[in-house]
Ligand binder design. Structure first.
Ligand code: ZN
Length: 285
């Protein structure tokens, strides 16, 4: 793989990073990844609601009009060898090395992006919905491994992927983190989206509350909130409001898109392009 890495370095797709006693290649930013429909279908079909699955995307990098474009041409699902697969994904090192060598080499010109999934199984819709919300975050281990070099060669650091499927709507969360160019988690960007969405909701509700015809609905809505607070005492009005506003976004395939997907996307089936924009603060926060 080394000649390929050097070639991609010459082309300005990879850059060399140095630490006190190590050097490695990582992707230059900005770049974007394209995941075609047939790959999102493989991911969707392979997802398990009660176990973590994983493997790697096979991406062909190229430069188009000065921008780095990662074209996902295939995905390999690997066996989870961890004794309790419900909370951890672990690949056999030898199997991984072999699979990567076969697909990502000087001839194919492809690079691997490892990914794993988080399960969302639950007994009732509320558990499933909240699991989807909370599982679309990276764990502490995920954050750390996002900065490790790729197993096949300690000279390559690539972002990592996270996959979560919503058990209620079949919407799939496809995200990427780490790799030296992306945030280690999705919270910050989700907060940006949520803020924009709350502004939107508030703007719309102003019109709603000012309309006298909506008074019966407001009374019913108020009663519903009181009922839910009574049923789920841990929920304050604040969390109810925020969850009420967030859940549609994270459950719907038609989430309001304020801009092109960055770091993650939510799709049901189909092509998607996700941007990896240059960002200023990278860390474990
Ligand atoms: Zn994880």
């Amino acid at each position: 793989m080394t000649p390929l890495l050097e070639k991609l370095h010459q082309e300005g797709i990879l850059e060399i990073k140095k630490t006190a006693n190590h050097w490695y290649y990582q992707l230059c930013s900005d770049c974007e990844i394209f995941i075609p429909k047939h790959i999102s279908k493989i991911l969707s079909d392979s997802y398990k609601p009660n176990e973590e699955i994983g493997g790697f995307y096979i991406v062909k990098p190229e430069k188009r009009n000065g921008k780095i474009f990662l074209n996902a041409i295939d995905v390999k699902i690997m066996k989870n060898i961890y004794p309790d697969p419900s909370g951890t994904f672990l690949m056999d090192d030898n199997d991984l090395t072999k699979a990567v060598e076969e697909t990502c080499n000087n001839e194919t010109g492809c690079l691997p992006i490892r990914f794993h999934s988080h399960p969302t199984e639950g007994k009732d819709p509320l558990t499933i919905a909240s699991k989807y919300l909370f599982q679309t975050n990276t764990s502490t281990t995920d954050r750390k491994s996002g900065e490790y070099s790729y197993a096949i060669t300690h000279r390559l650091v690539m972002p990592r992927g996270l996959l979560v499927k919503n058990g209620l709507t079949r919407t799939m969360f496809i995200g990427f983190y780490g790799g030296g160019i992306l945030p280690s988690g999705f919270e910050n960007y989700k907060n940006v989206l949520t803020e924009k969405m709350l502004e939107d909701v508030l703007e719309k509700s102003k019109v709603f509350f000012n309309n006298k015809e909506n008074i019966p609905l407001i009374i019913v809505g108020g009663a519903l909130v009181l009922f839910l607070m009574f049923k789920f005492p841990g929920f304050t009005l604040g969390t109810m409001f925020v969850l009420g506003a967030i859940i549609p976004v994270f459950m719907n395939s038609n989430m309001p898109m304020y801009e092109n997907p960055k770091y993650f996307a939510q799709i049901q089936n189909g092509d998607v392009t996700i941007e990896f924009p240059k960002q200023l603060h990278i860390g474990f926060a």
